[in-house]
Ligand binder design. Structure first.
Ligand code: ADP
Ligand code: MG
Length: 701
């Protein structure tokens, strides 16, 4: 550890990215340990430890121009200091500048010396996020400095890094810069060959890294802050390519393995088709034929079936599962919620049990004896296992898993899909994968997010469906809506009343639903009303759903648990409270719960107020029933993170890329990744390793 500065410089001169960060000056055991927490062990890890954002301290903002929500550097004289102890200690310092406006610096923790320093008339410079305060703009706990003399401003943007305890921003900035000095200058470092860079109009990696870590004074500051600097684009495109390549690699690896053998034609298919109360639509037949072809091809199927809400994806999956059962291999059907899983259990049982197919249920809440029985069946005679995430747990051993069906893909991530698939590695045959989603994903996005899947589209609804009449009504006219339910119930129709909250709290959501439930019961004593939310015991949930399916319960008060997949054709009225708070995709999903039977259905969107964006959403909902159009519009209004559900799944945790900002580059990925696979296969490995690392488990793929 006794390393003199000279020795260290010498070490650095010959350093490579694969060397430990401990070759850097000032990295002893404690710092090394803190870096390790950030996943940084080697010099090259520091190169790719990219800034989260930048702070612009290159200029002083006149206080009169401060904008709430913006971070800014201000400078001025102290005009007043106030120390308070009302609820907790507080220090407020008013600063005024030449723009004759005042900003308050507010502290909740401070020392006596600090208070003394803020003497009226003293000059201060402060940096922080501006908020609305009682007396105008304020900055809470700003970084600040007392100026005795005129002090120069920082010449460049200040990068802000992901940090960890025991490691300040200043240290990270210094270490990154020291590490950058070891960037190799040779050609091998840039994994994107010159020819490809030219095609994509990208700069070289070395300069891009210097730019983003250590921008210079004459750089385009606005572009960097907005993430639209060419250097950032260079890194984002490389990262997107790495993801694309890793998904394709995954696909190749899976497809190279032999598939579970499923023979066609399926023996009992004709019996099921004859027993169904409807004929398949042309679109369903076409998609089923595509699936059949995959199942027969000898390679594992990797197929995404997109179909709008109510297009009839379930029966297609059931037909594939029946084919698997006919060949003696098992199917796992995984649903994102218990409610939806249970519904599949009912549907599959109704369709397939009469044909002698053995169906088993497994969810996290199945415990004790029931669980042991389920596990025994899964390892034995079960043909189809339906459940939730619980299917992926360790200890769940299939006899011979041949087909994996994942419903409503957007709630699961790539890795979860892999985990279930890995259950099937019996010998070397790999199960087929069928992924169903009602989220119509715009094409370019689908290519970025599901590069490993082939796609089929059920682009036709079953005949006789009437469009759901959609109206928007102010919440103050609630009484009229309640009358409407009274009439509908009297005519034997059924209704949903959905109370979603924007907060992602199951508890708050449940409370809101309970209040509405009590309220509606008081208004509609003659109507049998049920309540369902995520916090009910599974047994109670089942009982309510069964009663609603059977038509005994007329009005179902629900939280957004019913958003996905619930299918009760007799329900023809849907009330959605606080509709202005919901995104288009969610509204479309909810509305899709009605309009499934022969009766003309309607959907009432209740709102408290209609800000511009909400007005636009409701207009779209009234105008169209086409999920694809709605998705395109949703993409415009909200951005893809929301659409793909990355929030829930962390499906794509990009470091620099941003699917909204980089939307224009998405269409390039396919060609570019093909070009790389063909012309620079060695670089592919390196790219995946650099950006994704051990995140994807190829070894087991
Ligand atoms: P989704 O694609 O949203 O999952 P479902 O599979 O739940 O849709 O199907 C919606 C409803 O339509 C179900 O009641 C189902 O039985 C019915 N259905 C499916 N296919 C047809 C068809 N070809 N003709 C009539 N009804 C159908
Ligand atoms: Mg469905």
């Amino acid at each position: 550890m006794n390393r003199g500065p000279d020795q260290s410089l010498e070490a650095l001169a010959n350093a490579t990215g694969a060397q430990s960060v401990t070759v850097l000056r000032g990295v002893g055991p404690a710092v090394a340990e803190a870096l390790e927490k950030l996943g940084i062990r080697l010099l090259q890890d520091l190169w790719f430890h990219l800034p989260l954002r930048y702070e612009d301290r290159t200029r002083i903002t006149p206080i009169a121009d401060l904008q709430v929500g913006q971070s800014a550097l201000v400078e001025g004289l102290v005009t007043a200091v106030e120390r308070g102890f009302r609820f907790r200690p507080m220090l407020r310092v008013a600063i005024e500048d030449a723009s004759a406006a005042t900003v308050t610096l507010r502290f909740f923790h401070f020392r006596a010396q600090q208070v003394e320093a803020f003497a009226p008339g003293a000059r201060f410079r402060a940096y922080g996020e501006v908020r609305y305060g009682a007396q105008g703009p304020e900055i809470i706990h700003p970084e600040y400095q007392r100026l005795q003399f005129a002090a120069p401003l920082t010449a460049t943007l200040t990068p802000v890094y992901p940090a960890t305890a025991g490691l300040g921003q200043k240290t990270i900035v210094r270490l990154v810069r020291d590490a950058l000095r070891c960037l190799p200058s040779g050609a091998g470092f840039d994994l994107l060959p010159e020819a490809l860079r030219q095609r994509l109009h990208l700069g070289d990696l070395r300069s891009a890294l210097w730019k983003v870590h250590a921008p210079s004074a004459d750089d385009d500051i606005a572009a960097l802050v907005a993430g639209r600097h060419p250097a950032q684009r260079r890194l984002a495109v490389e990262e997107l390519l790495a993801h694309q390549l890793s998904m394709r690699r995954l696909r190749q690896l899976i497809r190279a393995a032999p598939a579970a053998a499923i023979a066609l034609p399926s023996l009992r298919r004709a019996s099921l088709l004859a027993a169904l109360p409807f004929a398949l639509t042309g679109a369903q037949q076409r998609v089923l034929a595509e699936i059949d072809q995959d199942l027969q091809s000898g390679a594992p199927m990797l197929r995404l079936v997109q179909g709008d809400v109510g297009s009839g994806k379930t029966v297609v999956a059931a037909l594939a599962a029946l084919a698997a059962a006919d060949s003696g291999v098992q199917t796992a059907v995984m649903a994102p919620t218990e409610l939806l899983g249970e519904q599949h259990l009912r549907t599959f049982t109704q369709w397939l049990a009469p044909l002698g197919v053995n169906i088993v249920w497994l969810a996290g809440k199945v415990q004790g004896r029931a669980r042991r029985d389920a596990l025994a069946a899964i390892a034995g005679s079960a043909d189809i296992v339906i459940g939730t995430h619980a299917l992926m747990q360790e200890g769940v051993q299939f006899r011979h898993l041949g087909l994996v069906v994942i419903d409503e893909q957007h709630r699961f991530g790539v890795h979860q899909r892999l985990a279930l698939r890995n259950k099937g590695v019996a010998g070397s045959a790999v199960p087929h994968q069928l992924v169903l989603t009602a989220t119509p994903i715009p094409r370019t996005l689908a290519m970025a997010a599901y590069a490993d899947l082939d796609t089929s589209v059920i682009d036709q609804l079953p005949p006789g469906r009437q469009p759901v009449q959609t109206v928007a009504i102010k919440a103050s006219r609630r009484a009229e809506v309640i009358e409407r339910i009274r009439h509908a119930a009297a005519e034997g129709r059924q209704a949903y009343w959905v109370c979603p909250l924007i907060e992602e709290s199951e508890q708050l959501e449940a409370q809101a639903a309970e209040v509405t439930f009590d309220n509606l019961r008081a208004c509609l004593p003659e109507v049998r009303i049920g309540l369902i939310h995520g916090r009910l015991r599974p047994k109670d949930k089942q009982a309510v759903m069964a009663a609603f399916s059977a038509g005994e319960v007329r009005l179902l008060v629900a939280t957004s648990v019913i958003e996905v997949g619930v299918d009760v054709p007799n329900a023809s009225l849907m009330i959605i409270e606080n509709a202005e708070r919901m995104g288009l995709a969610q509204l479309h999903q909810l509305r899709g719960r009605v309009g499934r039977g022969a009766t003309l259905s309607s959907c009432v969107l209740l709102y408290q107020s209609l800000p511009e964006l909400a007005r636009e959403r409701i207009r779209v909902m009234r105008q169209t029933h086409d999920g694809f159009q709605i998705a395109e519009k949703d993409l415009q209004l909200r951005g893809p993170g929301q659409i793909l559900g990355t929030r829930q799944t962390g499906m794509i945790g990009f470091r620099v890329a941003d699917l909204t900002r980089d939307a224009d580059d998405l269409p390039l990925l396919r060609d570019a990744s093909e070009w790389l696979l063909e012309h620079a296969p060695d670089a592919v490995e390196g790219l995946i390793h650099r950006w994704i690392g051990a995140g994807v488990n190829f070894a087991e793929a």
